[in-house]
Ligand binder design. Structure first.
Ligand code: HEC
Length: 170
């Protein structure tokens, strides 16, 4: 009785572990950078009111094509750096529903620079530690993705990538 209970709970734990490691295919496709794997929101309750408002606009705007984790955990801190990204993202936006006025762009830029100062510069040690963890996680993630891709390709082509014919004669 005791051992079957133990076996049952093992099975239960294994199921949880399996489903936790089994990322959805859309998540696999949308993860392109290590920073995609970090938190997708910021606790702005301690930020000035104006930056809380700017955060709302940033969150709504910048989560439309990728998750908010991408800009939140990206190692970009300077105004110049963010300006470059905003311009770049704006180029993508030409064919997308995202249309921003100059004042909205300024609000988002203001938030990104303020937030980077707080989380990425002032709290640099913590941010770097988190980035290091995410990089390790991402390396594992990429390895698994490659494995899955190879498996899929093999199945689709119905053959192995490895030569399995007779050895060549000298
Ligand atoms: C219309 C779609 C779209 C919107 C809206 C969008 N992005 Fe992106 N973003 C992309 C794509 C596609 C990539 C990957 C290709 C690239 O980096 O050029 C990307 C990549 C990024 C990267 C990582 C790029 C790198 O090379 O390191 C950051 C940071 C980023 N976006 C920030 C933002 C911010 C901030 C906003 C909001 C102002 C935003 N994105 C809104 C499409 C979008």
């Amino acid at each position: 009785m005791k051992s079957s209970l133990a076996a049952l709970s093992m099975l239960f734990l294994a199921t949880i572990a399996f489903s936790a490691g089994n990322k959805s295919s859309s998540e696999r496709r949308n993860t392109r950078y290590y920073f995609d794997l970090g938190p997708a929101q910021i606790d702005v309750s301690g930020y000035p009111e104006i930056q809380q408002k700017n955060y709302a606009l940033f969150a709504q705007t910048c989560s439309q094509c990728h998750t908010l984790a991408r800009p939140i955990n990206a190692p970009i801190v300077t105004e110049k750096g963010w300006r470059r990204y905003l311009r770049r993202m704006h180029v993508y936006s030409r064919n997308s529903p995202v249309k921003l006025t100059q004042s909205e762009i300024n609000s988002i830029l203001s938030f990104l620079v303020y937030d980077a100062k707080i989380r990425k510069v002032k709290d640099r040690r913590q941010f770097l530690a988190q980035s290091a963890t995410l990089k390790v996680k991402f390396a594992k993630f990429e390895k698994k993705r490659l494995l899955l891709e190879n498996k899929k390709n093999e199945k689709e082509e119905g053959r192995s990538y490895f030569y399995s014919g007779p050895s060549p004669q000298p």
